[in-house]
Design a protein around this ligand. Structure first.
Ligand SMILES: Cc1cc2nc3c(=O)[nH]c(=O)nc-3n(C[C@H](O)[C@H](O)[C@H](O)COP(=O)(O)O)c2cc1C
Length: 383
């Protein structure tokens, strides 16, 4: 079991980073609390039963989605259409809450997630070929007290061809159920020479682009043991130039998002956005799981820096909120998607009011039973 007092250092690190935007000090920040209902307590009991098998517990979300198809749909009028000034295909969402990447890595049972209340789903992250991810166990764990998940999965997935094939088969049904489907792609961490790296990520992108509604390029995975792409701006520029050139040859333009790390400083975030905007990138996901060199959890050390993965969930929210405001203020034409610690419908409302086009969530589904439906209701009641 994890002693949650050990998280204090990592959480302090996140909140220090959250203060970086002087510009947003006047914005009202509220970390809304939710009541623990009876069903949330039952979920807590289920978490306790599977406490030694965290990866299995994570895979259960898919089965909950499949079984929830037996229940009647809840149709709240929360539809959103996201349009893009460059003519990229619009995204039609039945709710502003989308399932974040990592929860359904292999694109299985996609349309079932609409029954959980999601207005869309990002599957993946997919790499060029199958990867088993990091070899150690456990690779994922949960801190009850702080309502966070820590992980060092290391991009395990079936490979882009299998993922794209499954998306192709299910996308029409997903659209009929009000969901947009995106694929998250990343470079293969073990490829090292520059030309092969570029070829690897561009091939992965191209296969995903052929079938998905939008593509997320994951440039910020903190737990493969490799340097993150968002810290290697020269190579990142080549990747997005390649993507831009490819998109110009396609008859149908689709939106492309870059998923950035939540630990970027103001200066880093600005220089990345300055680089991405002229290359036709439509938007950014802010952000990924929070990499920390100060995690004290029971994950093995992964790389030379001693980083042991990242954390997700409630402690990320203030950082998400302030970064969303910052990005929107400095780059108003970018589509901003808030992600990190979003666990209440009023947070969704606040983020959309601050200019986010939609939000992504994942960890909350481990802590609130029927989380997204509850958040949709809280959001609906507030607008
Ligand atoms: C177990 C786990 C696996 C994840 N895998 C991925 C992934 O493959 N690709 C990715 O872009 N993000 C991945 N993430 C990050 C989430 O998509 C999300 O950015 C992060 O968890 C913050 O959102 P949350 O606080 O709502 O969970 C993962 C997160 C967790 C907890």
């Amino acid at each position: 079991m994890v002693d949650s007092s050990h998280t204090a250092f990592a959480i302090k690190e996140i909140s220090k980073n959250s203060q970086f935007q002087q510009v947003s000090q006047n914005q009202i920040f509220r970390n809304y609390e939710y009541n623990l209902d009876f069903d949330d307590k039952v979920l807590g009991f289920i978490r306790w039963i599977f406490k030694n098998n965290a990866e299995f517990r994570h895979s259960c979300l898919r089965w909950v989605a499949v079984l929830s198809q037996l229940l009647p749909d809840e149709c709240l009028p929360l539809k959103r259409t996201i349009t893009f000034s460059d003519g990229s295909k619009a995204l039609n969402l039945s709710s502003p809450i989308i399932l974040a990447a990592g929860a359904n890595k292999n694109a299985k049972s996609i349309s079932a997630y609409s029954n959980l209340g999601f207005g869309g789903i990002t599957v993946g992250t997919a790499t060029r070929n199958f990867r088993s991810g990091n070899p150690h166990r456990p690779r994922v764990g949960l801190d009850e007290f702080n309502r966070l998940i820590y992980n060092s999965m290391g991009l395990n997935n079936d490979g882009i061809s299998s993922v794209a094939e499954r998306v192709k088969k299910q996308i029409e049904k997903s659209h009929n159920r009000g969901m947009a489907v995106g694929i998250s792609v990343a470079e293969t961490p073990t490829v090292t020479d520059e030309a092969s790296r570029l070829q690897d990520i561009l091939e992965t992108f191209t296969i995903g682009y052929g079938v998905a509604d939008y593509i997320e390029v994951n440039v910020s995975c903190p737990n493969t043991g490799e340097e993150r792409l968002d810290l290697d701006t020269k190579f990142m520029k080549s990747v997005f130039e390649g993507i831009d050139n490819f998109r110009k040859t396609e008859s149908q333009r689709k939106s492309v998002y870059a998923k950035l790390s939540p630990d970027l400083t103001e200066k880093q975030l600005c220089s990345i956005l300055d680089l991405l905007a002229p290359l036709g990138v439509n938007g950014v996901i802010l952000g990924n799981t929070y990499p920390s060199e100060h995690l004290f959890y029971d994950l093995p050390i992964l790389n030379a820096k001693g980083t042991s993965g990242g954390i997700s969930g409630r402690p990320l929210y203030e950082n998400t909120f302030r970064k969303t405001i910052f990005a929107k203020k400095h780059f108003p034409s970018l589509s901003v998607v808030a992600c990190g610690g979003i666990d209440h419908g009023l947070k969704v409302r606040d983020l959309l009011n601050e200019g986010a086009d939609f939000v992504q969530a994942y960890s909350v589904s481990a802590f609130r039973w029927n989380a997204i439906k509850k958040m949709n209701r809280e959001f609906f009641g507030a607008v």
